[in-house]
Design a protein around this ligand. Structure first.
Ligand code: URA
Length: 209
């Protein structure tokens, strides 16, 4: 089974609490999501491979380690995943970005694809799939199927909030994938919203409601 990491950190709890507040506007919401993504990326990137290099300090030649961030691909699930993209890119600036547009059919709650544009993936690429809200797990499973169909192998999911139901759905279908989450909430409601959650993350990011 892949790793399940829940941040459980006072700074993240503080920032998530502000994001949950319905009075928090899009500017602050975006900034906080970006900050939390930076903190999550720090943890999720621990497993990135490094290669040894020689470095000449002003005193002596020594060994250093470098991450090959050209072998990292970030896949934000449109549209809310875009809110996490800059946070990852600021730490791995040369990563490729694969865009995947998926929406949730309001009747069936199943994922429907509307846009796919990926860089070339190879076996040794490290892939970070981003969606702030892991609710039913259907969109995430769909995204993971797409990433794997394009050759993706070393995959880490990063989310802000998750429902226990969604985590289980993803772990059952993709037991090889690591999951990094800022906080795990109580449950889903009848409309597949995360409870207590923060509402619709896309609408909160882009003031579409
Ligand atoms: N997507 C959201 O944006 N919010 C939820 O609560 C569930 C899915």
């Amino acid at each position: 089974m892949g790793k399940l990491f829940v941040a459980d950190h006072p700074l993240i709890k503080h920032k998530v609490s502000i994001m949950r507040n319905k009075e928090t506007g899009p500017k602050e919401f975006r900034e906080l999501l970006n900050e939390i993504t930076l903190l999550l990326t720090y943890e999720a990137a621990r497993g990135l491979p490094t290669s040894e290099i020689d470095v000449d300090t002003p005193i002596i030649r020594t060994k250093g380690e470098m991450v090959d961030d050209k072998k990292v691909t970030i896949v934000p699930i449109l549209r809310a995943g875009l809110g996490m993209l800059d946070g990852v890119l600021s730490l791995v600036p040369n990563a490729g970005v694969g865009f995947l547009g998926v929406f949730r059919d309001p009747e069936s709650l199943k994922a429907v694809e509307y846009y796919v544009k990926f860089p070339q993936l190879t076996d040794n690429h490290q892939i970070f799939v981003l969606d702030p809200m892991l609710a039913t797990g259907h969109s995430m499973n769909y995204a993971l199927d797409v990433v794997k169909s394009k050759g993706g192998k070393n995959i880490t999911v990063m989310c802000l909030l998750a429902a226990p139901e969604g985590i289980k759905v993803v772990q059952d279908a993709h037991p090889d994938v690591d999951i990094f989450i800022a906080e795990v909430d109580e449950k889903l409601n009848d409309h597949a919203y995360i409870i207590p959650g923060l509402g619709d993350a896309g609408d909160r990011l882009y003031r579409t409601k």
